[in-house]
Design a protein around this ligand. Structure first.
Ligand code: F6R
Length: 245
């Protein structure tokens, strides 16, 4: 595992975007696994800027997102599809038919999960997976559990995740309680992983995940076993590991 400590959010975002750009420049038909949330917004800004300047071409790229809230349709501004469209799809030349987000609105979540696993398989797996990390160490919405979940599955969100996501909603009651998420198995099969984390509230999960035991109680800890994982932190998120690197 490679750890990069950037000065601030902007530098963290640029470093992550550079790694994604290198992937796309090397393989124009790359499959990118993408994340939502506050952490990767700056990364998408940098990628959109590189596209605008004519330095990147996404026309042959495929994307598969990590997760979607249960019951959310694409036109819902709180949906992760909407987020992706706003921050990334609409700003670059990725083809709409090449973008994939789990179908949180499928009345049969089990069907949606199996369909999503098929999509990941059909596109040939993920070349580079971008991740954030939750305050409880979740990646995607793989919450702390007794075992690592392999494939796409429906999860009940932890109270700490609901509280962390509260900032995107008007009232706490509006925050969805469940989501469809890619499994740890699919994430770990990605050929390359880039995780971004910024801010003080990521200090504890960063310390526990990358310097503690590998355990499903701290889902991101599994990344210690990945052969090609780069963690890009800002100084605040790295504060508790500074003396260990
Ligand atoms: C989002 C996702 C989550 C977030 C995590 C951190 O698609 O899968 O794991 O990456 O909750 O969220 P932020 O970046 O908002 O702190």
């Amino acid at each position: 595992m490679r750890l990069i400590v950037a000065k601030n959010y902007e530098e963290m975002s640029q470093r992550a975007a550079d790694l994604i750009a290198a992937q796309v420049l090397q393989e124009e038909d790359s499959v990118l696994g993408l994340a939502t949330g506050g952490s990767p917004v700056g990364t998408y800004d940098c990628l959109a800027e590189m596209y605008r300047e004519g330095r990147l071409d996404f026309s042959k790229v495929t994307s598969v997102n990590l997760d979607e809230y249960e019951g959310m349709t694409h036109d819902n501004p709180q949906s992760y599809w909407y987020f992706m469209n706003e921050h990334f799809y609409s700003r670059v030349n990725i083809r709409p038919e090449n973008t994939h987000v789990p179908d949180g609105a499928d009345p049969d979540p089990e069907h949606a999960c199996r369909a999503y696993d098929r999509i990941i398989e059909e596109v040939g797996g993920i070349d580079l997976q971008l991740l954030g990390i939750g305050p409880d160490g979740h990646i995607g919405f793989n919450e702390p559990a007794d075992a690592f979940a392999v494939g796409t599955h429906l999860v009940t969100l932890e109270q700490s995740t609901i509280e962390a996501n509260r900032r995107f909603f008007e009232k706490e009651e509006d925050v969805p309680r469940s989501a469809v998420t890619m499994g740890i198995g699919s994430i770990m099969r990605a050929r390359r992983i880039v995780l971004v984390a910024n801010g003080e509230n990521k200090q504890d999960p960063v310390l526990a995940s990358f310097f503690g035991p590998v355990t499903p109680k701290m889902p991101a800890s599994i990344l210690q076993l990945h052969p090609n994982c780069t963690v890009v932190l800002d100084e605040a998120a790295a504060a508790k590991i500074r003396d260990r690197i």
